[in-house]
Design a protein around this ligand. Sequence first.
Ligand SMILES: Nc1ncnc2c1ncn2[C@@H]1O[C@H](COP(=O)(O)OP(=O)(O)OP(=O)(O)O)[C@@H](O)[C@H]1O
Ligand code: SF4
Ligand SMILES: [Mg+2]
Length: 384
Amino acid sequence: MSARVHRRAMTGGSDEPVLRVENLRAYYTSKRGLVHAVEDVSFDVKRGECVGLFGESGAGKTSIALAIMGIFDRVSRYYASASGNEENKRLWELRDEAKKKGLTSRDMGVELPGVEGHIWFEGKDLLALDEEEYRKIRGDRITYVPQGTKLSMNPYMTIGFQTAEPLWAHDEDNQLTERIVLRRVLEVLDLVELGDADLRRFQKPGQFSVGEDQRVLIAMALVTLPTLMIADEPTTAVDVGVRRRILDAIEMAREELGLSMILISNDQGVIAETSDRVAVMSAGRIMEYGPAERVLKRPGHPFTRAFIMSNPTMEVIRKIREKGLVLRGIPGSPPDMTDPPNGCPFHPRCEFATELCKAEIPEYREVERGYWVFCHRYEELPEW
Ligand SMILES: Nc1ncnc2c1ncn2[C@@H]1O[C@H](COP(=O)(O)OP(=O)(O)OP(=O)(O)O)[C@@H](O)[C@H]1O
Ligand code: SF4
Ligand SMILES: [Mg+2]
């Protein structure tokens, strides 16, 4: 790598969270009622740390990213208005009214769509910001590499132009010159190892492979030197070699920029390789959350165990054999989030479920320092 990106001055101790999500919930409207996509989720990301959001499809991982980026309500409302459903329209009007008055669903006595809870970022509660204030943070201090590259790039614009865009968009004080912007664009394209960046910046997305597109998207998310980058399934649908280069690009960016990250994936290998801490998700909730080594090697939650076994690594297969356990995946399908089960949402699929699990929602509790579990029976479960 030739160019070195000049990182922003880092402030605060390394243990200080840059992001703290507290009791986050996010509901979509749909034809069949409210989709409980995110339910009472709490976690934090420390400076320079990568937190992996790991879990099954439909668990609510992307919805958390959209909530942090401050675009969840807009996305959900867009689909609601396109469907022309009157009841959903009314619910969104009620949400607007609640927001104006600073009220929650509970205050209004009705379940409302949209995001509630707190998202603390560098001392500010993002959910209390108005759109103008949010706009200054979104795409600048917090950036997002969306799931799927195709819809995220403009096929008619050169990648040099698109990579520069976030810089111009956040140049509030007109400090930037063409020269400064070009230098930064080349630095980040170089950082993600797009060879011959000086020439290739004139190319359009159609002239790149899927893996290159993905690395350009990462460069776009790095160009403002953000504090936090959220990468949503950055290695889906690519082969092993391409995956390697994407992960290397991410690692390089973390090292060079002291970046904090949320990495979303349902691939255990990717999570193990990148994440310092892991939050395992199912049915809109965090099932367990703690150091990656603890969560992936000695999972304490029945969901994590079953999820890991449903796509086991060689190491997991060896361990299962050694312990004389039975290799079983997750029976049945994820719950319908318009009508989530009572009690623990995993109970219909859990081999350890009891009457208590069917009736009462478990507490999300810190069972060891820095290690949280959402299960009534954590202490009674067999060792893994
Ligand atoms: N625009 C939408 N309107 C209504 N429901 C939605 C919308 N987008 C997602 N959902 C639903 O919200 C829930 C959470 O979806 P989300 O996309 O956050 O899951 P995910 O964990 O990112 O899944 P994947 O691994 O497949 O990307 C799912 O039940 C999904 O069907
Ligand atoms: S609370 Fe009960 S149903 Fe839920 S994961 Fe724990 S044992 Fe299984
Ligand atoms: Mg997703």
